[in-house]
Design a protein around this ligand. Structure first.
Ligand code: PLP
Length: 363
């Protein structure tokens, strides 16, 4: 067979790793590995998506008019400043393409979302990270890590996999401290879980050099529909539109996301249920002597005594069908990230961890 070579920087890449979802035969899979919502989309969203399937011979709306209108109304931002993507991952990828590229450097944080690095590598841009302190992003550390050819900064707030967040004032301080020619992308994939604690930062897009991203994949329970969105400065949006797939979001996904946005009560209820289960799970694990970061998301980062303990716990959980995510790729080999699942699943996970600890050599 002839072997065709890819361009060198693609050939040198390691593939973006999704979670390994295999469990022992006969075990029910309890996936706490991908930060999916503990419940499905609301009935109005499901009904709207179903209805849209009846017209699936037609291409979807390339301008996402209804969806953008719903987002604009809820968030008080002009519809014309919103772009929608097939998941926010598509928007992240397009932003890196348009503003990264060979010779450019893209900056993020020590425990920032792994896909930022992948997006940078795809464009052959360099990638830098600023250290975090206490699993939390520091604005001064980010500002110190800027280099002469830094073209963009990706910041997940709240962070994944840490679950921690910095305040809107700190985001504004970051923006003011960065050179105005650096594009700042604030990825608020978990923003809905923290809304109400702080004022939104969507208005930063008006300055021309900041993008704020959100997604329907987490709080709205629509990860399988692939819909993300963001507030963009006009000229940035114009560049991104050139490289977005022009028919990127299926009609069913647009209709489902639009109805989900219009049903804020359902989403807020999901966030409230999630927060309550997250806090009780955190308390249970802390009572067992495990270190758990305070989270503003639908997951928690659990810190074990060491790498071996984290791996041993991961195996014990997997043997019972429960999947948590190993964090070795972030350099957090002593940690597992656990998505907040249903009440029964979290009680089961806490019990398995408690039994595992009882059988562990305490050293
Ligand atoms: C889950 C997640 C996303 C989401 O992606 P979609 O493509 O919208 O599903 C983006 N950023 C972060 C930090 C995430 O954790």
């Amino acid at each position: 067979m002839t072997r065709i070579s890819a361009v060198p920087h693609i050939a040198a890449m390691t593939p973006y790793a999704l979670a390994d979802l295999s469990v022992p035969a006969g075990k029910r899979l309890i996936s706490l590995a991908q930060n999916e919502s503990l419940r499905g989309p609301g009935p109005l969203a499901v009904q709207a998506a179903r209805q849209a399937l009846c017209s699936a011979q037609l291409y979807p709306d390339p301008d996402w008019v209804a969806l953008r209108g719903a987002i604009a109304e809820v968030h008080g931002v002009p519809a014309g400043t919103i772009l929608c993507g097939a998941g926010s991952m598509e928007l992240i990828g397009c932003l890196a393409h348009a503003y990264g590229g060979p010779g450019a450097r893209i900056l993020s944080t020590q425990y920032g979302y792994a896909f930022f690095r992948t997006a940078a590598e795809i464009t052959n841009a360099g990638f830098d990270i600023a250290p975090e302190t206490g699993f939390t992003v520091g604005v001064d550390a980010l500002l110190s890590a800027v280099r002469a050819n830094t073209k963009m900064v990706f910041l997940a707030n709240p962070g994944n996999p840490t679950g921690t967040r910095i305040s809107a004032d700190e985001i504004r301080r970051l923006r003011n401290g960065l050179d105005a020619r650096i594009l700042l992308v604030v990825d608020e994939a978990y923003g809905e879980f923290a809304d109400g604690q702080d004022a939104p930062v969507f208005d930063l897009a008006r300055q021309g050099n900041t993008v704020v991203l959100r997604t329907f994949s987490k709080a709205y329970g629509l990860a399988g529909m692939r819909v993300g969105w963001g507030v963009f400065p006009g000229p940035v949006a114009a560049e991104i539109r050139k490289i977005l797939n022009p028919n990127n979001i299926s009609a069913a996904s647009q209709a489902g996301a639009c109805a989900a946005m219009q049903d804020q009560d359902y989403m807020k209820e999901t966030c409230a249920i999630t927060a309550s289960l997250r806090e009780s799970f955190t308390d249970q694990l802390r009572a067992l002597g495990l270190a758990v970061e305070r989270s503003h998301t639908n997951f928690v980062l659990i810190r074990f005594a060491g790498e071996q303990q984290a791996q041993s716990a991961c195996r014990a959980l997997r043997a019972e069908g429960i999947l948590m995510r190993g964090m070795g790729s972030y350099g957090l080999r002593d940690c597992l990230r656990a998505t907040v699942g249903s009440s029964a699943d979290m009680a089961f996970a806490a019990r398995v961890l408690s039994d595992w600890l009882a059988g562990e050599d305490p050293r």
